[in-house]
Design a binder for this molecule. Structure first.
Ligand SMILES: [Zn+2]
Length: 239
């Protein structure tokens, strides 16, 4: 169970998942901040969306947030699009300012999906956001490679296939137009292994970083069905 203090949006404080001192606590009034961490193809995005819905907190995905900020035309958005248009890397400080803006407008709590992904990013967040729990979804490297390298797309119409879960009627051929099925370079095993190495090197240490701060860390087996993983998360965190 999460043993942290939660601020209710009506500013009273509750401990754990109990009753708000102002009366029955609703899920939406828990100001709980959770980080979800996991390698590519572990099902993190799906679980993050389910958790955010369950706990009534905001689902923050870095990619979505960056796109939304650019679209809004804000000062931050303009700065960001200038950096990206110049083909430069978006700095940790700039991403942090965007994350900060999002969590400041979501007192009900936030589910951070895909952030922080490095120690320097975690250091930036540390001073500013109270993290109540970290969920790490664990899968074997072989599983990630297998899940990703089974993805194919039609070279003609772009339709997506998966040789394990959504195979075409004829191997290597699109059902719709007979186009050849190809694999994106990013989905090839070598590319996946490269990203996994980066994940182990830069992101896994973030879990230990929070452990050292005394934040509850829950490791969940990602090699289960979507519902199985979600049930494990709820059983670990406490629903
Ligand atoms: Zn096709």
């Amino acid at each position: 169970m999460i043993e942290a203090e939660f601020s209710c949006t009506n500013r009273s404080v509750v401990r754990g998942y109990g009753t708000c001192t102002d009366g029955p606590r609703t899920r939406g009034c828990i100001g709980v901040n959770i980080i979800i961490i996991g390698p590519q193809a572990c099902g993190k995005g799906t679980q993050a969306a389910k958790m955010a819905g369950h706990f009534g907190i905001f689902h923050f995905s870095t990619g979505d947030a960056l796109r939304a900020e650019v679209k809004s035309g804000s000062d931050l958005g303009q700065e960001l699009s200038a950096v990206m248009n110049a083909g430069k890397l978006v700095s940790d400080e700039l991403i942090f300012n965007i994350v900060k803006k999002v969590y400041q407008t979501h007192p009900e709590g936030i589910l951070l999906d895909g952030y922080p992904r490095t120690i320097p990013q975690a250091e930036l967040v540390k001073a500013d956001l109270k993290v109540d729990a970290v969920v790490e979804i664990v899968i074997k490297d072989e599983t990630a490679v297998e899940r990703i390298s089974s993805r194919f797309m039609c070279s003609e119409c772009g339709a997506g296939y998966n040789t394990v879960s959504l195979p075409p009627k004829t191997a290597g051929v699109c059902d719709k137009d007979g186009g050849a099925l190809i694999q994106r370079d990013d989905d090839k095993p070598e590319a996946v292994l490269k990203r996994l190495a980066l994940y182990h090197d830069q992101t896994v240490p973030v879990v230990a970083f929070y452990e050292a701060l005394g934040v509850s860390v829950y490791k969940v087996n990602g090699e289960q069905s979507i519902d199985g993983v979600f049930d494990s998360i709820l059983a670990a965190i406490g629903d």
